[in-house]
Design a protein around this ligand. Structure first.
Ligand SMILES: [Zn+2]
Ligand SMILES: [Zn+2]
Length: 370
């Protein structure tokens, strides 16, 4: 079977032939991979800036955002059947007894850094024809989400952040309303999303669906499909080419939540200055390390303290976030079908995957069809 592999020492990304994997343990499930989404992490791995092959291998099969169809199950697998659609999770626990998070099944909060991630760090990914995985790492998806379920993994970032926002918002003024459900947590509050890539737009949908008045700030200008998505979901789009960061507060009013999905450290820091009192700033983008920024950290710290602000970093997601993402994708699709569909442009066939990963996709997100 074909797979797309990165050889970091040869600085090469290429299609390779691998033996088809088989079930070797009772809890195993064999999947035919249907779709794999490509994101900034894959681009970094394919530019040799990030990622690591499994121990003893000189290559890494990439791809971590996947949708697969079950083709075979091990004897101990009770909740899946051949024909079912599943989204595999990405991170696997470290082996240290002292890691309370991994031992409790929360490897997205791993404390040692010795976790593996399929397609990213120490474990082969899903950009291939068949994979075998433990049933516990597979999240079922309904068949009517076949066309869009590959968006589950990038949405889990917002789901993990959203769950933490909800628990924070229940306990912090001015939001304490014991009657407010998680589905209505945004009513009366303003959120600003930084970045109109797939993670930003899916995050904006997640904020809109729970009632936030949502603004999206990014560099694109009309005409651009990202602006059409913003419009359809009822968000207000602000282009960084016409609105400087120090005008954001005047344009929007006090900002309660910032959901950063840009990975641009200068913009992220500038927008932190515009965060409102008692505001929560969620950082999801991973900026490059070489940017030097002139800033006054004391002024930033003063603001965070004197305005009761929270700055929250978040990475990866847990199994409950995958379940929540699939439920939310269903809601998004019902409410904004064309916006959700337009996130995925033309699908790229596996045969053209290796050379296309670093190219800018025709649509908003590149998806490889296997
Ligand atoms: Zn990704
Ligand atoms: Zn751990």
């Amino acid at each position: 079977m074909k797979a797309i592999a990165v050889f970091p020492s040869d600085r090469k990304v290429t299609t390779i032939d691998l033996a088809e994997p088989g079930i070797t343990r009772p809890e195993h499930v064999k999947l035919r991979v249907l779709d794999v989404g490509i994101c900034g992490t894959d681009k970094e791995i394919c530019s040799f800036a990030y990622g690591a092959p499994p121990d003893g291998s000189d290559y890494l099969v990439i791809g971590h955002e996947a949708l697969g169809e079950v083709v075979e199950i091990g004897a101990a697998v009770a909740h899946l059947m051949p024909g079912d659609l599943v989204v595999p999770t990405v991170r696997r626990p470290c082996s240290h007894a002292r890691c309370r998070s991994c031992r409790a099944g929360h490897q997205d909060f791993c404390e040692t850094g010795d976790f593996t991630e399929r397609g990213i760090k120490g474990a082969h990914g899903y950009l291939t024809e068949f994979v075998v995985e433990d049933a516990q790492y597979l999240c079922p998806a309904p068949h009517h989400l076949r066309e869009i379920a590959v968006l589950t993994e990038p949405l889990t970032i917002a789901e993990k952040a959203g769950a933490q926002l909800y628990s924070l918002m229940q306990r912090r003024p001015p939001w304490i309303d014991p009657a407010a459900s998680e589905r209505a947590m945004g009513l009366g509050h303003r959120a600003l999303v930084l970045g109109a890539g797939p993670v930003g737009l899916l995050g904006a949908m997640a904020l809109r669906i729970v009632g936030f008045e949502t603004f999206i700030y990014s560099r694109e200008q009309e005409p651009d499909p990202r602006l059409a998505v913003a419009k359809e979901i009822g968000a207000t789009y602000l282009s960084s080419q016409s609105v400087p960061t120090d005008h954001l507060e005047a344009q929007i009013g006090p900002i309660d939540i910032v959901y950063e999905a840009m990975g641009h450290s200068l913009v992220a820091l500038e927008v932190l200055k515009a965060l409102g009192p008692n505001g929560i700033y969620v950082l999801t983008g991973v900026p490059g390390l070489r940017t030097l920024i002139e800033s006054d950290p004391a002024a930033l710290m003063r603001d965070i303290v004197l305005k009761n602000q929270v700055v929250l970093g978040t990475v990866n997601a847990g199994p409950q976030d995958f379940v929540a993402a699939i439920a939310d994708l269903e809601s998004f699709y019902r409410r904004w079908p064309s916006a959700v569909r337009s996130l995925i442009g033309e699908r790229t066939p596996l045969g053209h995957a290796a050379e296309s990963i670093l190219e800018r996709p025709a649509g908003i997100k590149r998806v490889i069809a296997i």
